[in-house]
Ligand binder design. Structure first.
Ligand code: ZN
Length: 414
């Protein structure tokens, strides 16, 4: 046996994952635990009861983020944070988010069972509304906590029923008194499923996540002219969908020019009037690019609008292209990443470095606190899907790496 001789309990971890998955369980084996609903509340209650039984002191802030604290030996030290999110997509899986929270709980339970005291205090976090599927704003709790989002604006966001975030928080009794704001913390660690195919494809057991990608998102409106499909000759057509198709091809071309690390997607497209015998006069669509290198995203942001505009002009169309936001690449903290790397090496687990393709709470928290993430493989890279699946051994390995990284950080000489 390598690594430390202190081991998390794989069966206890798996049982807790399955017990959490009962809350909001769907017939197809997934989970529907939408943020700030009665189902979310049931999850929060079960989680809180487990934390209290493990001797932790539980509190929540004004965004409903839950913190469960275990004291350290040295009261002057700042806490080591770790966690993820318990909310899910409407047709979500059992592990997206829940793995990081429940593995964090298993770390706490192991420390309690083995009677281990750390130098620094530890705090397990459940961030509110990571998914963004109810109020349209992902990474909400961690975003407000990190100062990326304004709390007053966030409180005013409404779901499709007209319920606001603040009403939903009050509805389940989770609008806390303490403002959601970055407090002094030593570090933050998050274990998460990869939600992509790379680790599985390469036989890696652990992803050492080095950071999050840079992104730029656009909203595009192409305008031409509605015309009769049977009577309008090519010379007089101003077909907005033909223009959109060429821009979609451009997005794909720009992505592929950047090799396997490039990402470029048109995921939503609306055609007007959307009638089979009318030349489409208007098309609205989304465009997003992502890349680990901020310089590549800057180059895309500098070049894409002009090339898309030229395509529109050639087709006799006008293009309105609005940049929605640009997110810089977010590298994780080198020392924290190194603790993950060392833990995987000590345990003899095949590991590789990886960039997070998806957004995660850690990417916002990293703006305020030295952070790192650990990925585990998930079957066929499938996530945001009820069939999302991981093996008990994969969960246990990820949890053991989390345990060792947290222990090393909390006990380091300062
Ligand atoms: Zn997640």
């Amino acid at each position: 046996m390598s690594g430390t001789n202190q081991r998390i309990d794989p069966a206890r971890l798996w049982d807790a994952l399955m017990a959490m998955a009962e809350i909001g369980a769907t017939p197809k084996g997934g989970v529907k635990r939408l943020t700030l609903t009665e189902v979310d509340l049931a999850g929060r209650r079960r989680f809180t009861a487990w934390c209290e039984a493990a001797g932790l002191t539980v509190r929540h802030d004004s965004m409903g983020n839950i913190f469960a604290r275990r004291p350290g030996r040295d009261p002057a030290r700042k806490p080591v944070l770790f966690g993820s999110h318990l909310d899910s997509q409407p047709t979500g899986g059992k592990f997206d988010g829940a793995l990081g929270v429940i593995a964090g709980l298993e770390v706490m339970r192991t420390l309690q069972a083995l009677d281990i005291q750390t130098e620094a205090p530890l705090e397990l976090v459940n961030w509110t509304d990571e998914e963004g599927s109810r109020f349209g704003h992902s990474l909400m709790g961690s975003g407000v906590w990190s100062g990326v989002y304004d709390q007053a604006e966030t409180y005013g966001l409404r779901d499709t029923e007209g319920v606001s975030v603040v009403e939903a928080l009050e509805g389940i009794g989770y609008r806390g008194e303490v403002p959601a704001a970055p407090f002094e913390a030593d570090s933050y660690f998050e274990l998460h499923i990869e939600q992509g195919p790379i680790l599985e494809r390469e036989g890696a057991r652990i992803g050492i996540v080095t950071g999050g990608q840079a992104q730029v998102w656009y909203e595009a409106v192409l305008t031409g002219q509605d015309a009769h499909a049977g009577t309008t000759p090519p010379s007089t057509r101003r077909d907005a969908l033909v223009g959109a198709a060429r821009i979609v091809a451009l997005v794909d071309e720009l992505m592929r020019a950047r090799g396997e690390e490039g990402r470029g997607t048109v995921g939503r497209l609306q055609v007007f009037p959307n009638s089979c015998n009318v030349v489409p006069g208007e098309v609205r669509f989304s465009v997003e690019f992502r890349h680990p290198s901020g310089a590549e995203i800057e180059a895309l942001a500098a070049g894409f609008p002009a090339r898309a505009g030229a395509i529109a002009r050639e087709a006799g169309l006008s293009l309105e292209l609005r940049e929605l936001f640009r997110i810089p690449a977010q590298p994780f903290d080198a020392d924290c990443v190194d603790l993950v790397r060392q833990a995987a090496a000590r345990l003899g687990l095949p590991a590789r470095e990886i960039i997070s393709g998806a957004g995660h709470d850690a990417i916002y928290v990293a703006r305020r606190v030295p952070s790192a993430m650990i990925f585990t493989p998930c079957k066929d890279g499938l996530s945001h899907n009820e069939a999302e699946s991981i093996l008990p051994d994969e969960a246990a390995d990820g949890c053991q790496v989390l345990f060792e990284a947290i222990l090393a950080r909390a006990n380091r000489a300062i």
